[in-house]
Design a protein around this ligand. Structure first.
Ligand code: HEM
Length: 446
């Protein structure tokens, strides 16, 4: 069965149709022609955007000249109440400084240190699912959010999600999402900055989250000073100086980054895991292949989870959690022979790129074997950018590629999964989600 896509809209260009569609869902507001086109220009009052599907153009924007295509300040405007001036939205010197401190904490060798915390979160997830695994129809999304939030708190601060401050951030974050369900809409629409009005509730929930994170950061700073801090991600990041300037993050900067790790690191992983479980529910043969490999109890054991890794990758291809992102032309540019003025928005849509009919064989089919290139298969790795690409690519990509397959293997080893009553419809909220959740039925495997 072909995995579901967003409903196709009328492809004739019209500002009214675009804005109306946008209010419902950014993704289904896009033209279905984007599954074949190399680039699409859209022009209307306030909006001049170029959606790029040409891998050479994407390479130019993300890898070769990223400084000429910074993150759009319009996109940042939607996120500032929560993220302050964090690496996710900053540009230029500030961003370089932030990445010089963050990146070492996520390097390959250091990922090994996070494994025990991820394993504990994976065990806790399976235990949380046991009472629900009686064949009833459940929405898996809140459960994968819970699991991914648990991973973040255990790896960052060595605390489980049940701990008071962690539970407080998680609860406040859910309120924040309801208050601000489509953070990126303003940026993707290209609305001017002054139109990004935040509701009082958005500002309040953001303040509450940042207050709770501030307490965690202050407590950790005291423990570092006393010499009894655990060697987790928070300690690594707080004690790593920028190798060029020698400066460490101050209190406010650390709050910005922790809020970012929480947003960028748990929403995304939760979305990917939920879609991967849905794809498995419709493909029981792959459940059996994953179950046959078993789970990993140590970092070296991750090598044995080839099927879980292939399924997770295929889920990231079909349902990329960050389904769209926006850059801005710092100068006038020529993009595929079209003139793009300074300030024009450059939209990159992994959702369309990953299903592009001229780049992929059977683009809409679920085929994890396409990643098995050792068996002579081919796949378009340059057209696969779930973590973006170039210097601004996700620093948590390696982390996510351990966490996702680990959780997937643990869940599938414990349960059989069947589709729920309704097939999910993908919509882009903060990340790619099911419009009415993602409904599944679980039963014990043994
Ligand atoms: C499946 C899981 C994940 C996916 C699909 C994902 C995807 C992405 C993408 C596409 C971007 C670039 C966004 C843009 O250009 O607009 C990004 C940025 C980022 N991600 Fe992830 N991410 C994941 C997990 C994580 C994790 C686990 C962490 C940290 C714990 C993390 C931290 C970040 C940060 C800090 C940035 C901003 C980087 C910058 O702009 O320099 N992500 N992520």
């Amino acid at each position: 069965m072909i995995p579901p896509k967003p409903p196709a809209r009328d492809s004739r260009p019209s500002l009214w149709r675009f804005v109306r569609g946008f209010r419902r869902d950014i993704l289904s507001a896009q033209s279905p022609r984007l599954y074949r086109a190399w680039m699409a220009e859209f022009r209307a009052p306030f909006i001049h955007s170029f959606t790029c599907n040409d891998p050479h153009l994407i390479d130019l924007v993300l890898r070769r000249r990223p400084m000429d295509f910074p993150k759009s300040p319009r996109m940042a405007a939607g996120l500032t109440p929560l993220l302050g001036r964090s690496s996710f939205i900053s540009n230029g010197e500030r961003w370089l400084h932030q990445r010089r401190i963050i990146d070492p904490a996520f390097e390959g060798g250091r990922l090994r240190d996070s494994f025990a915390a991820m394993l504990a979160a994976s065990d806790a997830t399976v235990a949380r699912l046991v009472p629900l695994a009686d064949g009833r129809d459940i929405d898996i999304e809140p459960l994968t959010s819970h699991a991914a939030a648990d991973v973040i708190f255990r790896t960052l601060f060595s605390i489980p999600i049940e701990e008071e401050a962690a539970a407080g951030v998680f609860a406040a974050f859910r309120d924040h999402q309801q208050a601000q369900p489509m953070v990126n809409a303003g940026g993707l629409l290209g609305l001017p900055r002054w139109l990004h009005l935040h509701s009082r509730r958005t500002r309040q929930t953001a303040r509450r989250i940042r207050g709770l994170i501030g307490q965690l950061v202050a407590t950790r700073a005291a423990r570092i000073a006393a010499g009894d801090a655990p060697q987790d991600l928070a300690t690594k990041i707080m004690t790593t100086p920028d190798p060029q300037t020698g400066a460490c993050f101050n209190h406010a900067e650390m709050i910005d980054e922790v809020a970012t790790f929480f947003l960028a690191g748990h929403e995304t992983s939760a979305s990917a895991l939920a879609w991967a479980l849905f794809l498995l529910a419709e493909n029981p043969d792959w459940q059996d292949r994953i179950a046959a490999e078993g789970t990993a109890r140590d970092f070296a054991g991750m090598r044995g989870l080839a099927a879980a890794r292939a399924v997770f990758r295929e889920a990231l291809r079909l349902y990329p959690p960050v389904a769209m992102t926006v850059r801005q032309c710092a100068h006038a540019e020529t993009l595929r022979n079209r003139r793009a003025p300074k300030g024009a928005q450059v939209v990159i849509s992994p959702f369309h790129l990953h299903r592009h009919e001229r780049l992929w064989d059977n683009p809409d089919s679920f085929d994890p074997d396409r990643w098995d290139t050792e068996n002579g298969k081919t796949c378009q790795r340059e057209a696969f950018i779930p973590f973006s690409a170039g210097p601004r690519a996700c620093p948590g990509a390696g982390f996510a590629m351990v966490e996702g397959p680990l959780l997937l293997a643990a869940i599938i080893s414990a349960f059989r999964i069947k589709p729920g009553a309704a097939r999910p419809v993908p919509v882009l909220r903060m990340t790619l989600r099911g419009r009415d959740g993602i409904r599944l039925r679980l039963t014990p495997r043994l």
